[in-house]
Design a protein. Structure first.
Length: 556
């Protein structure tokens, strides 16, 4: 499948903002990387506009366009009427002069095709062949219905888009020519077909092309009152080109894909009838397109620009029969697998959501509800670890388990030296019955605050500081750590009282042994002196042996 939109792998930062912005959740997240599910994507470009890392990449077709220009055949540009909002101080004449410098044979506004489309819509309403009619100008809306709401295909106007019809009309008037569409829409790349549209570029690509060739727009005076179809790229613009309306029909304009989904679902339920609905995926319609130049995103100013540039009459156009410009939109819906409630609940349990109240529906994972996220996990589009509350609870549980079960005393203070957390080992060490008795209290209530103040002021950690806590009659090995990122002071104390007492006991035994040895030596020496004449060298040897024993005991 052709990829018109993809993610730059190196830039994806696991923020899930693309999923939150994707109205049809056509994004698969695996191995810390988001990937577009092209079978489900409607190319609305919401993920492009919403990505904070600029990790989305639109397929660049400039090389294809240049090859078409070098084919030796005349090439005509069909430029979307939203150009007036994208480029400052230009007219269609300005665009034509610049594009002829690039090699185009001529330039026309897609609004010519829009006029033909408008006439086809009026015929459908006049003939009352459809009860509910959804405009077919927006390719993202067309794909939305084809891929996700096939039940509503019967309501989609069976008419080509203005781009298709205009390029078809250009080739009728200029036989053996090629056509290139230029506009603010990513989805037009997918809609383009060689028999009518040989290539579709975005305004961003055109700007890049002009800059590389050092071609600038120059203002050129142009006045044409028969240009009412220039209103098409604004919300309600199609309706404004249809002044002679059938009073038996309601005429409604809906923009934004979320709003469109709500209306489509209402139509499927049978809640809407006798209605013509102008529907566009982008808020503000085409002037809010994802491929408008980033410097030109001012909805009110853009609307005013389009409104001021439009005339009051229709373009003179060729009178096509409906069969010549009709299009039957086929279902592109993927096969849906029915998932049981038990399978969904099993995934919810894995996320720690064992009760309805655990389903927070916070949307941090990008999905509207926890159950929708669970479905995405089953479909392989998401992972359990994308749940922020789950990760938070898991991290806190892991941390709490370590702190609660470690034999070391752990006390956490804030920068005001108030106790924020204390474990059971610390409570046992300092004779506190309940942690809540000291939470929020100054550390001075339970310990000498000086080491904590020193660590905070110096921003240096203190390790393995042996000290005696007289009020608790305990010896501890104390380490104090200051965390500058979280602005907390962590105290870890190991109770070494038994070790100290054991060492003191051994030292006392050694001292007692030395004292006993000294007494023995002294007694022996007195005895030896009395019988010195009888012992001779033996006296000296005994003294040396006892002295060595004494020194050995001292060294222990």
């Amino acid at each position: 499948m052709t990829e018109f939109l993809k993610f730059k792998k190196s830039n994806c930062k696991n923020c899930y903002k693309c999923i939150r912005n994707c109205p049809v959740k056509s994004i698969r997240f695996s191995e810390n990387q988001a990937n577009i599910i092209h079978e489900e994507c409607v190319l609305c470009g919401h993920c492009v506009l919403g990505c904070p890392q600029n990790a989305k990449e639109i397929r660049n077709d400039l090389d294809s366009a240049k090859k078409i220009l070098n084919s030796g055949k005349p090439v005509y540009a069909s430029i979307a009427p939203s150009f007036i909002a994208n480029y400052d101080n230009v007219t269609i004449k300005s665009i034509e002069e610049a594009l002829i410098k690039l090699g185009f044979a001529g330039v026309e506004e897609t609004a010519v095709g829009a006029t033909i489309v408008k006439k086809q819509y009026e015929n459908i309403i006049l003939n009352k062949t459809q009860d509910v009619i959804i405009s077919s100008c927006c390719p993202s809306i067309n794909m939305l219905i084809q891929k996700h709401y096939a039940e509503a295909l019967q309501y989609l106007a069976p008419v080509m888009s203005p781009m298709h019809i205009h390029c078809k009309d250009l080739k009728r008037r200029y036989p053996d020519s090629k056509t290139i569409f230029i506009g603010p829409c990513i989805a037009k790349k997918a809609e383009a077909a060689p028999n009518d549209v040989d290539c579709a570029l975005t305004f961003e690509e055109l700007s890049e092309w002009l800059a590389s060739e050092r071609v600038n727009f120059n203002y050129a005076e142009e006045k044409n009152d028969n240009t009412r179809a220039r209103l098409f790229p604004t919300t309600g613009g199609i309706l404004r080109t249809m002044p002679d309306r059938d009073p038996s029909y309601a005429y409604i304009a809906v923009d934004g894909i979320e709003n469109s989904i709500n209306v489509i679902e209402d139509i499927i339920k049978g809640n809407i009838s006798k209605c013509f609905i102008e529907m566009s995926a982008c808020t503000g319609s085409c002037i809010g397109g994802p491929a408008m130049d980033k410097a030109h995103r001012a909805p009110v100013r853009d609307y005013v620009a389009v409104n001021s540039y439009a005339g009051i009459g229709d373009y003179p156009v060729y009178d096509y029969k409906s069969t010549q410009v009709s299009k039957k939109y086929q279902s592109m819906a993927a096969l849906k697998i029915n998932i049981s409630d038990s399978a969904i609940e099993d995934v919810l349990r894995q996320m720690g959501k064992t009760k309805p109240e655990h389903e927070l529906n916070c949307g941090s994972c990008g999905y509207h509800t926890c159950r929708e996220k669970a479905l995405a996990v089953i479909y392989g589009k998401a992972t359990i670890t994308m749940c922020l509350p789950y990760l938070k609870d898991k991290a806190e549980s892991f941390s709490d388990t370590i702190i609660k079960n470690t034999p070391n005393a752990v006390i956490v203070l804030n920068e005001n030296f108030e106790v924020q957390q204390i474990n059971i080992s610390a409570c046992n060490l300092i004779n506190v019955r309940n942690p809540q008795n000291v939470i929020g209290e100054q550390v001075v209530r339970i310990l000498d605050p000086k080491p904590f103040i020193d660590a905070y002021q110096s921003k240096r950690n203190i390790y393995n500081n042996y000290l005696y806590l007289p009020e608790y009659r305990k010896y501890v090995d104390q380490s104090i750590l200051y965390d500058n990122d979280y602005h907390i002071i962590i105290c870890v104390m190991r109770d070494v009282t038994d070790e100290v007492r054991e060492r003191e006991k051994k030292e006392q035994i050694s001292r007692n042994t030395i004292e006993t040895t000294d007494r023995v030596i002294e007694k022996q020496m007195r005895t030896i002196q009395e019988i010195a004449s009888l012992l001779g060298e033996t006296t000296a040897e005994t003294k040396v042996a006892l002295t060595k024993l004494k020194e050995s005991l001292k060294n222990e």
